[in-house]
Design a protein around this ligand. Structure first.
Ligand SMILES: C[S@@+](CC[C@H](N)C(=O)[O-])C[C@H]1O[C@@H](n2cnc3c(N)ncnc32)[C@H](O)[C@@H]1O
Length: 235
């Protein structure tokens, strides 16, 4: 929810041909990406990779999560979105080096796991491609994406959204020059502290707006249900 507006805009701006998400669970972020591909009539194939069994942070969950997502993808994104039900390591040989334009890493959030996922999948990303890291601001327990992120910031072109649990954006070197990228990509990686701050604030407000809208919808639904119960005399 916190980063949905950015994810949606990033797909519009990057126009990826191949998008891969590692860790999809209920498919919230994957749905945001797929919806943007659809709304912007893009020619992009999207893959969600997950065992749909859960991990030590999410806990294990039942088949209904996978079934619901598979049904949703079939209904709305049938011709270009696919679920790969397997481990990240088993899926990686299915992608050629330099082929992925947008990679979202959102699996297990320990330092060891996320470092392994990054090192395994980095070669698969195209020059100038973008890698997103979820939860870079989360420091509870053994969460360690923040630690990897601190290392990556020293070596790569990056942008960090601090709101919510944090989202890291990394641009792999090469590809077209930054000046030929779309405006959003230029703003993310150009060296203007003012632009970076404004961008961080803009998408933080976007996240808050979506959350408030969802709360308002839930409140309206519970009031409507209460009124119905009252009218039917069930109190
Ligand atoms: C944080 S959740 C993903 C959340 C999702 N992106 C969303 O928007 O709600 C992490 C998921 O990664 C999956 N996962 C973790 N490590 C994995 C691995 N090595 N291989 C496959 N799936 C993995 C878990 O099953 C879990 O569903």
């Amino acid at each position: 929810m916190d980063h949905a507006c950015f994810g949606y805009d990033l797909v519009a701006a990057k126009a990826p041909r191949l998008l891969v998400e590692l860790g999809s669970q209920r498919g919230f972020s994957f749905g945001v990406f797929c919806q943007s591909v659809r709304s912007h009539s893009q020619d992009c194939t999207c893959y969600a990779v997950d065992t749909w069994e859960g991990d030590q942070h999410t806990g294990s969950y039942g088949e209904e999560i996978y079934d619901a997502l598979a049904g949703h993808v079939r209904e709305h994104y049938r011709h270009y979105a696919y679920l790969l039900r397997m481990t990240f390591d088993a899926a990686s040989p299915q992608f050629s080096d330099g082929s992925i334009d947008l990679l979202h890493i959102d699996g297990l959030h320990t330092y060891e796991a996320v470092s392994h996922d990054f090192n395994t999948w980095y070669p698969k990303v195209a020059e100038g491609g973008i890698i997103l890291f979820h939860d870079i601001a989360e420091r509870q327990g053994d969460f360690g994406v923040w630690r990897l992120w601190e290392e990556l910031e020293q070596q790569h072109q990056t942008f960090a959204f601090k709101h919510g649990h944090g989202l890291g954006v990394l641009r792999k070197p090469g590809g077209k020059p930054l000046e030929q990228e779309s405006q959003l990509i230029q703003l993310l990686f150009a060296d203007s502290p003012e632009d970076r701050q404004a961008l961080g604030e803009l998408y933080s407000i976007g996240g808050q707006f979506l959350k408030s809208r969802r709360q308002a919808r839930k409140f309206r639904q519970s009031r409507e249900a209460a009124v119905k119960r009252k009218l039917s005399g069930k109190s």
